[in-house]
Design a protein around this ligand. Structure first.
Ligand SMILES: [Zn+2]
Length: 301
């Protein structure tokens, strides 16, 4: 019901926006000439900002420090979606965003899942209904997504094609450097199993030949059953796991209890679903932090 009201409000605002567009304002631009981009969560904001530079105004639907899986659109956010020049989202990740865009028949939306179709959840994960959305944790896939997003942004603002292309080239170069650091850093390790608090690292694991052992499913809200927890503990002991990874935006309680049970330490591995309030970190720095944690945990030389 709440979502319907939001969408009704959005439709009114969109209609008002339609009237404003009758002025001689170039289409696809706000009053200051910048492209107004709405990103559904942080990594998409990061990519849009890197490509657009000062030619775009990017708004993130998720508040800093909030967890994006269970995003509930706030009053005005559906209107923001309807009124944006470009919406960057990942169909299958945030149900309310998907529903709002579907109901608006929003043709400004760029769906990242059309570039990199979402994988089935990793084996052993309880939920069979959800696909795995955490595609941004593979820098190679994120580079492909960024290239396609650049094409879309160029279509919307041809006058700044050269800027967008050169920013995109720099971003691709950064992501390729990051990929090399991971490939080299994780090339020779004693162990390859990572126990994680939710099943966010399958794309990363696939790229760098690791095996993820998730405590809960692809959504952090899925509580593990006692049987599943016992299985994870047993597997972790069997594989000689030294570190149980938890994350910043979700309670570490279960991971800490498991670490105690296994005789391992608990350490943060960030799925980069958001950046905490006041942090100066960005996608690249958090990915590098994660690599710094993974190497000793896996005994890499
Ligand atoms: Zn997640």
């Amino acid at each position: 019901m709440r979502l319907r009201r939001l969408i009704a409000a959005a439709t009114l605002v969109a209609a008002a926006g339609g009237l404003a567009a009758c002025s001689n304002q170039p289409s696809g631009a706000s009053g200051d000439g910048k492209m107004r981009v709405v990103a559904a969560f942080y990594p998409l904001q990061y990519v849009a900002e890197r490509i657009g530079g000062d030619r775009v105004q990017v708004t993130n639907l998720v508040a800093p420090g909030a967890e994006p899986h269970d995003l509930e659109l706030q009053p005005g956010q559906a209107a923001q979606l309807a009124g944006a020049d470009l919406v960057v989202y990942l169909h299958g990740f945030q149900a309310e965003v998907d529903a709002a865009i579907d109901e608006q028949h929003n043709d400004k939306a760029f769906d990242v899942a059309t570039v990199e179709p979402l994988a089935d959840p990793p084996a052993g994960v309880e939920s069979e209904t959800l696909k795995d959305p955490h595609v941004w944790l593979d820098p190679v896939r994120l580079a492909t997504i960024a290239d396609k997003l650049t094409d879309r942004m160029v279509q919307l603002d041809k006058g700044h094609e050269a800027d967008f292309r050169s920013h995109a080239k720099a971003l691709r170069s950064d992501l390729e450097t990051l990929d090399r650091e991971y490939a080299q850093g994780l090339a020779t390790c004693q162990r390859h199993e990572i126990v994680t608090s939710h099943a966010a690292f399958a794309y990363l694991a696939q790229r760098y030949h690791l095996t993820q052992i998730p405590i809960s499913g692809v959504s952090p809200e899925e509580e593990p059953t006692p049987q599943h927890l016992a299985q994870v503990a047993e597997l972790a002991k069997e594989k000689g796991v030294t570190t149980i990874f938890f994350e910043t935006l979700v309670s570490p309680k279960v991971a800490e209890a498991l670490a105690k049970e296994v005789g391992a330490k608990a350490e943060v591995l960030d799925p980069i679903e958001g950046i905490e309030q006041g942090s100066t970190a960005d996608y690249l720095s958090v990915m590098r932090d994660n690599l710094t944690k993974l190497k000793p945990a896996l005994g890499c030389t």
